[in-house]
Design a protein around this ligand. Sequence first.
Ligand code: NAD
Ligand code: IPM
Ligand code: MN
Length: 344
Amino acid sequence: MYRVAVIKGDGIGPEVIDAAIEVVNAVTGRISFEYYEGGVETFKRHGVPVLEEDLEEIRKSDAVLFGATTTPFDLPGYRSLILTLRRELGLYANLRVIPDFNDGREIVIVRENSEGLYSGIGSVVEGRAVDVRLITREGAERIARFAAGEALRRGTFLTFVHKANVLIGDRFFRRVVFDVAGEYGVDVKEAIVDSFTIKLVRDPWSHGVILSENLFGDILSDLATVHTSLGVVPSGNYGEDIALFEPVHGSAPDIAGRGIANPIGAILSASMMLDYLGLDGSPVREATRRYVLRGNLTPDMGGTATTGEVTRGIISELIGAIEEELWVEEIRVGRIPTDISRVG
Ligand code: NAD
Ligand code: IPM
Ligand code: MN
């Protein structure tokens, strides 16, 4: 059994995570889910966004599944739960994959997840507020390696998006990216972030693996969803020891509690988690795509379906595929080589 720590969060977080867990349970019985609380309420009661003893247990899990939490703008001493988890679990690489269900194409963004403008270093002193945009050699190298590895795996190049015409940090980052990519034999294209936003909207599919600093990656990944919906985009946050999977969207307070949140971002995040665990997330991705091409979708995608209807629709596609292929769970999602299924 694999142990997966689950933090549903608030707003639509619990709605979409419940959907993702239903889908996972439809493909494998090998995951035991353990539930933890966190966020503003925990902070108000205990002074921390997540309890230290819970964090200890979460660290021992095989992976984490996370929904979303609301972060108030003005709660003194509070740091958002997801930023706390990324830091505490050493999750330095954020892989965000924006799907095109019609053609099977993807926009792939690797967002540096631990430094840049999210360094957490800063101060307000005598009428001056400072946020330090930290780029270290170690941080730049490890994210460049992650992105180059992803480009190699996908048989493509890197597009490094920066503001090296202005920022000292991005000049330094850029050098490291070119050096590491050279070592990996991966081609690098580059673009300046402001004009790149236009290319990303007009011609989203031709940038290989996009690599950028933390805040630029945050903004670019939401922007990249304009041809689809923010609600369908999954992500994996990877570190040396553990990974956390979460939809890219937030807690969406404007639609929370109405049963209309799009569960696909959370479901596809769970499929990335299956891959990470050494199981196989591809049946979930294929079932999702088949459902999107013919099913009724949630309102963010122009439909009238509820979260539950989409989730059940994806599960029926999965079950259909299982029956059609005489798909045996032990073989399809197990660690047993697939060849065994062909024996006899
Ligand atoms: P958001 O992603 O929550 O919502 C942006 C828009 O997209 C809203 O109109 C929302 O209704 C829509 N949307 C998002 N997800 C959807 C889904 N699954 N189905 C249908 N529509 C969806 O961003 P925001 O409004 O800027 O932020 C709201 C709160 O979420 C803030 O407190 C923010 O800090 C938090 N947030 C949390 C996380 C996280 O915990 N990982 C991520 C992003 C934002
Ligand atoms: C995201 C979110 C978070 C971020 C917020 C909620 C701290 O926008 O995961 O994209 O900025 O990283
Ligand atoms: Mn964001």
